[in-house]
Design a protein around this ligand. Structure first.
Ligand code: FMN
Length: 197
């Protein structure tokens, strides 16, 4: 399994440091326990009023509805997502059950839950890769997702695989270093122009 740990300026928790988004996955199916463990982690994310707006559609290769789910993946992402055993879509219920009003933070909260899921996967020795290139209208229709829900993005999970599992055009990026903006560009203090860290 290829590791590309984050080169951090300060130590961080191991699963966060090791997590990255590979495209080469092993076709080995995930166990029920692994799948439950990831969604259990997602379920314990925080949300305003504890509204829990995150929803997931999931299909494992071999499931009757897997092909239907895979057909909703964008053409470019289809090239590599076919190697992963578990495919899913992350969805946010944008109507608060508490207030009945639009929940401006629903997608943000679904993102927190997705983050928990990905970190739990890493803890289990698995990897995930989120992707925005999906056909939202097709997902809504095929899975009967209510209009008021925001279909945010797709994701795949599995054991990390070998490069041969994906087209050669992806190989270089798979080995490329991971980069991030420095803290000075994202954390501010006195003014928007003043770095805090
Ligand atoms: C909302 C979202 C959409 C993304 N869309 C795609 C995509 O369509 N295709 C893809 O290959 N990766 C996609 N990615 C993965 C990012 O490219 C990746 O997370 C980023 O380059 C940082 O790399 P790292 O996750 O390995 O640290 C997406 C990630 C997120 C969170």
């Amino acid at each position: 399994m290829q590791d590309k740990p984050a080169i951090t300026t300060f130590p961080i928790q191991e699963a966060l440091q090791k997590r990255w988004s590979p495209r080469a996955f092993d076709s080995r199916p995930l166990t029920k326990e692994e799948i439950v463990s990831m969604f259990e982690a997602a379920r314990w994310a925080m949300s305003g009023y504890n509204d829990q707006p995150w929803r997931f559609i999931v299909a494992q290769q071999g499931d009757e509805h897997y092909d239907k789910a895979f057909s909703c993946v964008g053409a470019w992402n289809k090239q590599w997502t076919q190697s992963a055993p578990l495919l899913g879509f992350i969805i946010a219920d944008e109507t608060s059950p508490t207030s009945g009003e639009h929940n401006y933070a629903a997608t943000f909260e679904a993102g927190i839950a997705a983050g928990f899921l990905v970190v739990q996967a890493e803890h289990l020795g698995l990897r995930c890769h989120l992707f925005g290139g999906i056909h939202r209208d097709e997902i809504r229709k095929a899975f009967n997702v209510p209009e008021k829900h925001n279909i945010v993005c797709g994701f795949v999970c599995g054991h990390h695989g070998e490069l041969q599992q994906i087209p050669e055009s992806f190989h270089e990026e798979e080995g490329a270093p991971r980069t991030r903006k420095p803290l000075s560009e994202i954390v501010f203090g006195k003014t928007w122009q003043t770095a805090y860290l």
